[in-house]
Design a protein around this ligand. Structure first.
Ligand code: FE
Length: 350
């Protein structure tokens, strides 16, 4: 009798588990996985959080963010393979996006919204990646020592008048590799090598530090001009550190090559991962980030230019003036990366 009773209680417990607990949990999980995306990104701005929250509210799609530096994220996706939870990868520099594409980590996306809102040279021809923000690699110069009339092109930086005056970071950095790749694409390999050798000849010091350190070098009187990405100037001017603010205010921006191909630009961009568990939602997310309203906030977070031509740059960027940009398809930067690295090595650009 007691055994019978125990058996009934046992069955009842089992039933309650399977009828309520188990299926409910599964349904919850399914719903969550369908209505979410996982984003691998190097970005860590508060504005991003606000943008993602807004996207979640508008679409009901939850955004899971995994943060690390760009090279680590690419490596992570590689080692995870088809088990990767990543739906999307955000990284800086077209060179890195091409690298991710060549490693087979991204997939083709066809979206009329994206082709309409992002100019062709700022996205992959096969839809593997799309630019989200734009930065220019410009010359900044000491306001007190340099006349704007003395500046013209990247090529002219090899002139002897700049001897011991140029500050620029090491060649191990992808921004310099992409700049040289653009010079190879425009001037050919031989001329690009002569250019790199000529710049080394004019170094104010052996390359050290990041782009911001080059501007601080100008403030310290170590050199008169530096080559940096525009957003670093925004970071300096808006820094909490008084020396950085001083350095940012000691220089002005010059956009090189305005009479010919335009200033070298690069992007931060996004791609849908090859094994994305939520491809449809991932595309929706990119379309959201490419929209005019979101572009303005997303770009301003890092003092960058929006890629969507209908979106306006921030007041600070407008104060530097409009400029003509090099329309070289950015995929070229990735294709010519190896050649650029070899040239840097040959001319002993540290
Ligand atoms: Fe950077």
């Amino acid at each position: 009798m007691l055994r019978q009773f125990m058996f009934i209680v046992f069955i009842a417990l089992l039933a309650s588990c399977s009828n309520e607990g188990q299926p409910k949990a599964n349904a919850q999980e399914d719903k969550q996985s369908d209505q979410s995306i996982t984003l691998y990104t190097h970005r860590h701005y508060d504005t991003d959080k606000a943008i993602f929250a807004q996207f979640e509210e508008e679409t009901g799609i939850k955004v899971n963010v995994v943060k690390a530096n760009a090279d680590e994220l690419i490596q992570k996706m590689e080692s995870e393979g088809d088990q990767s939870p990543a739906d999307l990868l955000i990284t800086v520099d077209a060179g890195r996006l091409v690298r991710a594409k060549n490693k087979g980590l991204l997939q083709t996306i066809n979206s009329d919204i994206l082709t309409q809102s992002i100019p062709a040279h700022l996205r992959d021809t096969e839809g593997h990646w799309f630019g989200l923000t734009k930065r220019a690699r410009v010359i900044v110069y000491d306001k007190d020592k340099v006349n704007t009339e003395d500046l013209s092109t990247y090529e002219a930086l090899t002139e002897s008048k700049w001897n011991n005056k140029i500050l620029i970071r090491s060649s191990g950095n992808i921004y310099n590799q992409s700049l040289l790749a653009s010079i190879i694409a425009n001037d050919g390999k031989e001329k690009a090598k002569e250019w790199a050798a000529g710049v080394v000849e004019n170094f104010a010091r052996s390359p050290k530090g990041n782009d911001r350190d080059q501007v601080k070098g100008i403030l310290a009187g170590e050199g008169e001009i530096a080559i940096i990405n525009t957003y670093y100037l925004g970071k300096l001017i808006n820094s909490k550190d008084s020396t950085e603010i001083k350095a940012g205010n000691a220089v002005s921006v010059f956009f090189p090559n305005q009479e010919d191909r335009g200033t070298h630009i690069n992007i931060s961009g996004i791609g849908v991962s090859r094994y994305a568990p939520h491809k449809e939602n991932a595309v929706k997310f990119i379309e959201y980030l490419a929209s005019k309203e979101v572009q303005e906030i997303f770009a301003e977070a890092n003092y960058e230019y929006p890629v969507n031509p209908s979106a306006a740059p921030s007041d600070l960027l407008n104060s530097w003036g409009e400029f003509k940009e090099d329309k070289l398809p950015l995929s070229k930067l990735g294709e010519l990366n190896k050649e650029a690295v070899i040239i840097f090595d040959e001319v002993k650009w540290q």
